[in-house]
Design a protein around this ligand. Structure first.
Ligand SMILES: Cc1cc2nc3c(=O)[nH]c(=O)nc-3n(C[C@H](O)[C@H](O)[C@H](O)COP(=O)(O)O)c2cc1C
Length: 395
């Protein structure tokens, strides 16, 4: 783990002209990856959020505007949306991809331009394969499976079991198909390194392909990839090892802590998987939940997934992100102060308020970086959140 427990520190900061306790949220965090350490200035992670705005998997002006504003948010790290490792791995026709030189060039160009418009911030990419949940309409067109005859594409899963009973079943991946999935992840990871990505999060949550292999609800294979816990986690661990070989930077995995269905993937299995990932050199695990079955029963509410993160963190010792309905700064601070997680990730709150990190810094007397043209914006109650050097003058 990077900086496991977070002692409260008393600091003197000239700009504030006072002594105060540095918040947990604004205490830096360092991941120790094989290629070197990666330090986040604070423990706020922007969670991955699909934009469904790409054509042929390519990043474009939408991503430029979106990433530029999130890079100006004061967060500690930006996670780019679920990025498909092959065309058939996309959830929707609008999903971002990183499967060839064309998609890599588009992503590199747009990310470089967005980064030039903001202070430095580590960037993580979520690499993903949608499996049987691929070939879907974008959410604002209903999000349902697009049949082959309506322009959809063949979907793949561990077993020929549909996500919804009325849907066409995916094809069960053969061993050759599994080998291709593994090499697609490894190639996308190699490209990630080439285009300047700092960290990779493998998407093994929300009912997508790797989660489908983990969960007995979607995986009824009889071979080395199905049945026992060791067999169901095999593909995730193989993908992890393949990606590790082609990417030396910070590497972690997002999992669903539970399927919220009796007989499904459980929190005990999540903690055990996290232990395996830690042994293999993972830097973090990101605990979400659900997504593999329409039978799930989720008790939604503030911080509803935090107990899952706490359990995984305690039992695995791996640096853990908590996510899900964490919406305000004091709440995020509480999650870290209680030791329930090492970092907090937020999604919707950053779409609603892309300066969420600034507001949190104002609330907790933290500090964020901002570009000079914005330095004049601070209301008095925010305090000197841009630090003592953010001074302006005019005649
Ligand atoms: C617009 C949108 C897109 C999302 N796309 C992804 C994604 O690409 N990958 C992923 O793992 N989760 C995705 N999620 C889930 C979020 O990362 C997050 O786990 C979830 O929204 C709960 O956090 P929140 O309460 O802070 O929004 C998405 C959520 C939203 C709202």
């Amino acid at each position: 783990m990077g900086q496991a427990s977070i002692p409260c520190r008393v600091a003197y900061v000239a700009a504030h002209n006072c002594c105060y306790t540095v918040s947990h949220l604004f205490t830096p965090f360092t991941f120790q990856a094989p290629a070197g350490p990666l330090t986040l200035p604070n423990r706020i992670v922007i969670a991955p959020m699909c934009q469904y705005a790409s054509q042929e998997g390519q990043a474009n002006d939408w991503h430029l505007a979106h990433w530029a504003q999130l890079l100006n948010s004061g967060a500690g790290m930006l996670t780019l949306e679920a990025t498909a490792v092959s065309p058939e791995a996309r959830i929707t026709p609008g999903c971002l991809g990183l499967w060839d030189d064309v998609t890599a060039a588009a992503l590199k160009d747009i990310l470089q331009r967005a980064r030039r418009l903001a202070p430095p911030m580590p960037v993580c990419i979520q690499l993903a394969h949608a499996g049987r949940k691929a070939s879907s309409e974008v959410p604002w067109r209903g999000g349902q499976l697009i049949p082959l005859e309506a322009g959809g594409w063949q979907t793949w899963g561990p077993s020929a079991l549909p996500h919804l009973p009325q849907e066409a079943a995916p094809k069960a991946l053969s061993l050759e198909g599994i080998a291709k999935v593994r090499s697609d992840f490894a190639e996308a990871a190699r490209r990630s390194a080439e285009i300047g990505i700092d960290a990779i999060e493998l998407h093994a949550a929300h009912g997508y392909l790797l989660h489908q292999f983990l969960s007995p609800l979607a995986n009824q294979r009889q071979d080395a990839y199905g049945g026992s816990f060791e067999n169901r986690i095999r593909l995730t661990l193989e993908v992890f090892d393949d990606v590790r070989r082609s990417f030396g930077g910070t590497l972690g995995v997002r999992i669903s802590g539970t399927d919220w269905v009796d007989g499904g993937w459980s929190i005990d299995e999540s903690a055990e998987l996290a232990r395996h990932l830690k042994d293999r050199g993972a830097q973090f695990v990101h605990i979400s939940s659900g997504g593999v079955s329409p039978l799930q029963k989720i008790a939604l509410g503030p911080e509803y997934q935090v107990p899952l993160a706490k359990a995984v963190r305690e039992r695995s010792g791996l640096a853990t992100f908590a996510v899900g309905l964490i919406t305000d700064a004091q709440q995020a601070e509480g999650v870290l102060a209680r030791g329930d997680a090492d970092l907090v990730a937020l999604a919707r709150a950053f779409l609603y308020n892309p300066r969420w990190g600034w507001s949190a810094a104002a609330a907790l007397k933290g500090q964020v970086q901002a570009h000079p043209p914005y330095w004049r914006c601070l209301p008095k109650e925010a305090g000197p959140i841009f630090g003592p050097d953010a001074r302006i003058g005019m005649r």
